[in-house]
Design a binder for this molecule. Structure first.
Ligand code: WT7
Length: 567
């Protein structure tokens, strides 16, 4: 029997108090994610239970009990407080998936500061726009990534401290730098937890927009209430699970379901900080006896491509439940997983802005391969008619995925950008930016994004950000960035470039520009293909028409361009 039991029963007369009660939360009380994930679990008698099993490159391993993560997060919290970091200040975590990332996250929350995780593959420009927008006070990082921060430190006056967790003393610390070693620091037995309440800010994740720079999605401590209940009813997490969330905490899946929910439920989770290979992943499941596995479509497609034979080499019988998020999960992947693992991947849909799963397939409910499932109990979703901004009165129509924005882990605003936040609403509905339809039984079927954002391997890339980076290359006069289809990543970035006079297209220039973007932004944002063109399609007012280029890449009808031509 699954945790949720019957979806229909749970949806009837639903109230979030189910979860508040389990968390021992009463309206108006202190609620602190850092404390809930560590001290509370220890108080429940699980101090010696394994919380985190970490595996690095070449089989390196570290194990932490709940008491260990309580102490480590206290120690990091006390260190930050000692540096003068106050509640509400932004502390960025810029690290690989090493234990300090997970423990630092909890330590930051314990002192009431705001955790701002950034993907460690980000280049200096991606980093700069996010750190300057958030006016971040401190960055916690590793030696190898500190180089990228140093490059932009002059332009970041708000940063008071660059904290290096693996400083070996070989090279001297530079301006504003300080070393911190979790292994060498004296464990702090008691830390005064900052008395955060429901609406106190907790986490700031940056997400890409169609226009303008990335936006900081601001979450609060009360998010815990829906993160825990969704993990219980959707991921079916149980006390004796060995859980593996493959997401990096630089993205929201890696925090909501890779730190917060599993720890607040006192579950044992495993982390693998090594590159992807089908062998390595299957071996990890076998060795760690993973029971619940939360992953993403691109990874699942990679496993499919590695073939079925390799699956047979490993004992994967520990797996009880599988779920996926981040991009459309094609029905082939669901059918394949049923065949090789004996169970389907359950698709889940949500966004950085929603903070928790909002549409999903539920254990025990019939999975319709290719469908995202149904809204979580207590969450009201709909498909809006884009012309009337009202829900379609009947099923089957393709429209905008929208929600009544009222569950605990919804974002509270975009950092410093209340206007962009307000623009996400129409007629009281929160607009996701996705298009879908609902079938006659209430299942949601994803159709595509309703904007120019590129979803490559589950990561959102803004064409605007890539175009801005391209403009900084000396050879580029103008560019247009769109997605093109890709069998593995579903979509990849493609750039159309018009060169400045004096530059000629060549393979070398092609590679040079690709590398330029990779270093400035990230490997995800790097164009996989560049097409040099003499001119770009534009509206009469000079706006580049990405839509025409996009349609060409996807072999779609261009449709009516008269409206955009007159933009
Ligand atoms: C966008 C949100 C929070 C999950 C990690 C990504 C796309 C997400 C699905 C799914 C089809 C999906 C949507 C969404 N997306 N899940 N199951 N099927 N598309 O968070 O970076 O904020 O991206 O990812 O387009 O709006 P994110």
């Amino acid at each position: 029997m699954s945790n949720i039991g019957s979806y229909e029963e749970r949806a009837k007369g639903f109230s979030w108090s189910v979860s508040e009660n389990e968390l021992g939360y009463r309206d108006g009380n202190v609620i602190n994610i850092g404390w809930h994930c560590t001290d509370r679990i220890c108080e429940q008698g699980k101090a010696s239970k394994l919380a985190l099993v970490w595996e690095g490159h070449a089989g390196a391993e570290k194990r932490f009990t709940y008491n260990d993560i309580r102490l480590a997060s206290n120690t990091i919290g006390a260190f930050l407080r000692g540096l003068g970091i106050q509640a509400g200040e932004r502390v960025c975590l810029f690290m690989d998936k090493i234990p300090e990332l997970y423990l630092g996250f909890l330590g930051i929350l314990k002192i009431g500061a705001i955790a701002q995780p950034l993907f460690s593959a980000f280049g200096d420009e991606s980093l700069f726009v996010r750190l300057s927008d958030a006016e971040t006070s401190a960055v916690v990082t590793q030696k190898k990534h500190a180089l990228k921060v140093r490059k932009i430190l002059d332009r970041l006056p708000h940063i008071k401290h660059l904290i290096i967790v693996d400083h070996d003393g070989a090279s001297p610390l530079k301006d504003r730098e300080v070393a911190f070693s979790l292994e060498k620091a004296a464990p702090v037995e008691h830390l005064d937890i900052h008395p955060t309440t429901a609406e106190s800010p907790s986490v700031l994740h940056y997400t890409s927009g169609t226009t303008g720079m990335p936006k900081g999605v601001q979450h609060v401590h009360y998010s815990l209430v829906s993160q825990v209940l969704t993990a219980k009813w959707v991921l079916d997490l149980r006390d004796d699970d060995i859980y593996w969330c493959t997401a990096d905490p630089g993205w929201v899946t890696g925090t909501s379901y890779g730190i917060i929910a599993p720890f607040a439920m006192g579950v044992t989770q495993c982390v693998m900080d090594a590159g992807f290979s089908a062998e390595a992943w299957y071996r990890f499941i076998e060795k760690r006896r993973i029971t619940m596995w939360y992953s993403a479509p691109t990874a699942i497609r990679s496993l499919m491509m590695a073939g079925d034979k390799i699956v047979g080499k490993f004992d994967l019988s520990s797996l009880r439940h599988l779920a996926s998020v981040g991009e459309p999960l094609n029905s082939e992947a669901v059918v394949w997983s049923q065949k090789v693992f004996g169970k389907p991947f359950y698709d889940t849909y949500w966004q950085t802005e929603t903070g928790c799963i909002v549409i999903s397939n539920y254990p025990g409910m019939e999975v319709r391969p290719g469908s995202m499932g149904k809204p979580f109990p207590g969450i009201t979703g709909t498909i809006l008619d884009p012309n009337r901004n009202e829900p379609y009165p009947f099923h089957g129509k393709i429209g905008l995925v929208a929600f009544r924005f009222d569950w605990p882990s919804r974002m509270r605003t975009y950092w410093n950008n209340e206007e962009a936040f307000r623009k996400k609403f129409r007629n009281g509905w929160y607009i996701t930016g996705d298009r879908a339809r609902i079938d006659k039984d209430g299942y949601y079927w994803f159709v595509g994004r309703d904007d120019d954002i590129i979803n490559t391997a589950g990561h959102l890339v803004s064409p605007f950000e890539v175009e801005s980076a391209l403009l900084e290359h000396p050879a580029v006069a103008e560019s247009a960035v769109v997605s093109k289809p890709d069998p593995l990543n579903l979509e990849v970035v493609k750039a159309f470039i018009n060169l400045k006079p004096g530059f000629t297209a060549s393979k070398d220039l092609d590679l040079e520009i690709m590398n330029f973007v990779r270093k400035k932004l990230s490997p995800l944002a790097m164009p996989q293909e560049i097409e040099f063109v003499d001119s770009l399609p534009k509206t009469r007012s000079g706006k580049i028409m990405r839509r025409i280029l996009h349609a060409r890449e996807w072999g779609e009808e261009i449709g009516d361009t008269s409206t955009i031509e007159n933009d």
